[in-house]
Each structure stands twice: as C-alpha cells, then as structure tokens.
Design a protein around this ligand. Structure first.
Ligand code: ADP
Ligand code: MG
Length: 455
C-alpha cells in the first residue's frame, strides 16, 4: 500500500514531463511558422502582414523568371556580334541572309536573338528605317496556318480585321501576308524559335520563297533549334535556304554560369539575402548537366522560393539541395504522367509491393518476379491483356532509364539472375499521379495476398 502514492507521483512526474516536452515542441514549431493543431483550411490572422514580410528576400521577383531578358547578356559577345553582322544590312534596306542557330537548351539562343532584335528595332527607329521584327515560338504556333496567320496579323492593327485562329484557306492567308508585307515595304526579320516543333516543312518552304513575290519589301528568317538532326530531314531547298548562315551556341562553363547568376542575384535579391556559396553551387550543378543557364537560374529561383516559404532570412546551400530534389521530382512526375498504361501498371505493381514490404518489414528490394505476379493480378482487375514476363522486364529497364526506379541486376548463384528494384524518388508523389488516372484510382488500394518470394 505504501508504494502506491510513490507509483502515482512517478506517473504524474512522467506525464508532466511528456506534457512539457509536447508544449516545448509545439512552441518550437510555431516559432518556425509551422501550425500543428490548425487544419489546413484555417487561416491565421494578418495573412497579408505575413505575406508582405515574406518578400524579405526579393527586390525584383520578375528578374528571376525564365522569360526575363536582362539588359546586358554576359559571355555572348561573339554570338551577339555574329548575328548583328548578318542583320545589319536590314538597316541599309537590304535583305539579310537567313540564319540557322543551333545550341543546346539554356545556351542563350532565345535571349540573344530577342536582345539583337530589340537593338535592331531601336536603331531602325533612330535612323528612320522601316524594320519589322516578328518573334514566333513554334512550340506554341506549330502549324503552317497558325504560323502564317500570326505573321500576317503582325501587319494588321485593327483587331476586328485580324485573321482568325481557323477558318481561312491557307493559300489565302499566305497571299494576304505577301500583300501586307509588300504594302508595308520595309525589311522584316522573322524569328522562328524552336523551329523543329513546326509540323511539316511547307510553311518554311513558302516563307523561304516569299521574296520572289515581293516588289518592295524584304523578308529574312532566323530559325532556332536545339535539335541538330532537324535540318537533315528538311526538304533540301528549305535546308539550303534556311542555312545560308549557321551559328552554333556552345554551352556555358561553370564560371560563365556563375557570372550570369551573380548578375541576376544583384538585380533580383536584397543584399545579404544569400550565402556566398549558393551561386557557385547552382553553377556547378548546372555545368555538370550541359552548361544550361536555364537550369542554373531555375535552381536559384526555386532555392529562393523555398527559403522564402520557410521564412528563412537567407538562401543557403540547404535550399539548393531541396530545390534540386524538387526539380527532379517535378521532372519524374511529368514523365510518369505521360507513361503508357502498361508501364503505369508495372509501376503501380512496384509501388504496391514496396508499400507491402514497408508494412511487413520486408527487405526493401523488390524482384522482377514479385512485380510480375502483382502486375498480372492488376491486369485481371483492369481487364487488360498481361504482357509476358520478358516484356515486363524490358519495361522495367525503361523505367530505370527514365530515372523513376533503380533496377540493379544481381546474381542469385545457381538460381540465375534477378533485379533488385527500388523507387528512386518520392513514392507518395508518384502514387498520387497514378491516382489521377481513372483506371488506377481504385487499384491504388489493392492489397497484396500471400508472401511468396519469386525470382
Ligand atoms: P535557349 O533559348 O538557348 O534555350 P535562353 O535564351 O532561353 O536559352 O536562356 C535561358 C535562360 O538563361 C533565360 O532566362 C535567359 O535570360 C538566361 N540567359 C541565357 N544566357 C544568358 C546570358 N548570357 N546572360 C544572362 N542571362 C542569360
Ligand atoms: Mg529558347
């Protein structure tokens, strides 16, 4: 009986320690801006105050966006000069040669071309020369009709007279274009960015011959692409016309990327809002890929956004690592979204096996045989024909190549070889993407029967 009070007091002491610990953790979290007991839909007061404060890192957020073209482009002096030397004849009223620009993504092709175009227009105004600069992104405007319609509308001010998205015979749009360009009478430079995305080469053929039909006006084209093979498949006449001049944009090295980022940091961020080692890290990571300035800027921007979201007063290396993860997960999500159904079904089988292993404390390494058993079951449920195990193994290799899973071949001695499959990034995110697909919505709750380990 004597022990009872001391037992109780011990219990009370333990409980009060636990309560103290919980209270401490909560205040700690809340200090970091993490709400524990509020549901996601609860909005704390002074939301605008908080949001305003969160602008602590930026001076000019726009300058971090991918579409922003800075006033001065670093390390592209040669490319700017080369392009300008071709286009300068426009200022003398002559037709510039057509140019084909090739370079990998993020090597500054779009930025340089827009920059030179802006300068050309400026000089045209100053010297009273009639110059038109028409920029078209063929990833968006990707058919002959849309392309001709877009260029023609450049010469029509009145909205009501503009050519509609569809409806006109293409020939008529082309003849309207010739008529309006000639009426304008100046020199027109048409930029066809991402020209490889254009469907068919009829439009390029027609545009490359337009000068034959013009009396006064002059037209030249600048085609831009990151696909060197693109020109191989063009009509030879278009190929020789578009490639009167060729330019190649080399990738940036880490040092050049560092300067580009530094320039952006100075415009976009408040002083002291970024650690000194962040820019070198972003540059080194992007240089490892292929000297892609867009990748470097994305890393920097996302690091800044993540730092801002967690209300950190500074962008540190930790946020660059988080940004890198986020970019990778976003890429994988895009790839998963566009996978064919059979591959999705295989991926789902892997995810289900992984979930099962996690629950039952399994090895964490999944074999092709296990995946195949679940896959076959899923096929029954979705009423699709199951592929052979060999074909499924091929698709598993494909998922590996896409970076969604890692599949390491291991030897099982005299039992032959199998593969150890692991998810390479966030399984929950990928499961959610699969859930978007009507076919898989129900199946994501599928429970694995039995525990047979097959090779
Ligand atoms: P590409 O068209 O070759 O894919 P972009 O011209 O779109 O590449 O460049 C990608 C990003 O990097 C853009 O945000 C651009 O403003 C920036 N950028 C590229 N080159 C430079 C440079 N030399 N100086 C400053 N910013 C640059
Ligand atoms: Mg581009």
């Amino acid at each position: 009986m004597k022990g009872l009070p001391s037992y109780y007091s011990q219990q009370i002491q333990i409980r009060s320690k636990i309560i103290h610990k919980i209270k401490y953790t909560i205040t700690n979290y809340e200090r970091k801006g993490v709400s524990i007991f509020k549901s996601k839909n609860t909005v704390s007061s002074d939301i605008f105050g908080r949001l305003l404060k969160s602008d602590a890192l930026f001076i000019d957020r726009e300058a971090m966006r991918p579409t922003y073209v800075p006033g001065a482009l670093l390390h592209r002096g040669k490319e700017i000069n080369d392009l300008a030397s071709v286009l300068v004849v426009a200022l003398r009223g002559e037709t510039p040669s057509n140019v084909f620009i090739y370079g990998k993504t993020g090597t500054g092709k779009t930025a340089v071309t827009k920059f030179v175009g802006k300068e050309l227009l400026k000089k045209g105004k100053e010297t009273d020369k009639n110059i038109n600069f028409v920029y078209i992104n063929c990833e968006i405007v990707d058919t002959q009709y849309r392309l001709l319609q877009n260029i023609t509308n450049h010469f029509i001010n009145e909205w009501s007279e503009r050519i509609p998205f569809t409806g006109w015979p293409t020939d008529e749009v082309y003849s309207k274009l010739r008529q309006l360009v000639d009426k304008d009478g100046g020199v027109t430079v048409i930029i066809l960015d991402e020209v490889d995305k254009l469907k068919g080469d009829e439009a390029l053929y027609n545009l490359s011959r337009i000068n034959n039909y013009l009396k006064k006006a002059k037209v030249s084209m600048v085609g831009i692409s990151n696909d060197l093979k693109f020109t191989e498949f063009l009509d030879p006449r278009v190929k020789s016309s578009l490639g009167e001049e060729n330019m190649i944009f080399p990738p940036y090295d880490a040092g050049e990327l560092r300067d580009i980022l530094k320039q952006r940091v100075d415009i976009a961020l408040k002083p002291d809002s970024i650690d000194d080692d962040v820019v070198p890290l972003c540059s080194a990571l992007a240089a490892q890929e292929h000297g892609d300035a867009r990748r470097a800027l994305d890393l920097l921007r996302i690091s800044a956004e993540l730092a801002e979201r967690s209300e950190s007063p500074k962008i540190t290396k930790r946020f660059v690592r988080l940004a890198q993860n986020k970019i990778e997960i976003d890429r994988i999500i895009e790839v998963v979204r566009t996978l064919p159904t059979q591959s999705k079904q295989i991926l789902l089988a892997i995810l289900l096996q992984e979930r099962h292993d996690n629950k039952t404390g399994g090895t964490g390494a999944i074999t092709t045989g296990e995946v195949y058993e679940i896959y076959k079951d899923l096929c029954k449920k979705t009423r699709t024909d199951a592929l052979t195990q060999r074909r499924v193994a091929d698709l598993i290799s494909e998922l590996d190549m896409l970076g969604i899973i890692t599949a390491r071949v291991i030897s099982k001695g005299r039992y032959g070889r199998t593969r150890e499959i692991k998810m390479s990034s966030s399984s929950n995110d990928i499961m959610n993407i699969l859930r978007e697909d009507e076919v898989f919505k129900e199946l994501t709750n599928y429970k694995i029967r039995g525990q047979t380990r097959l090779i």
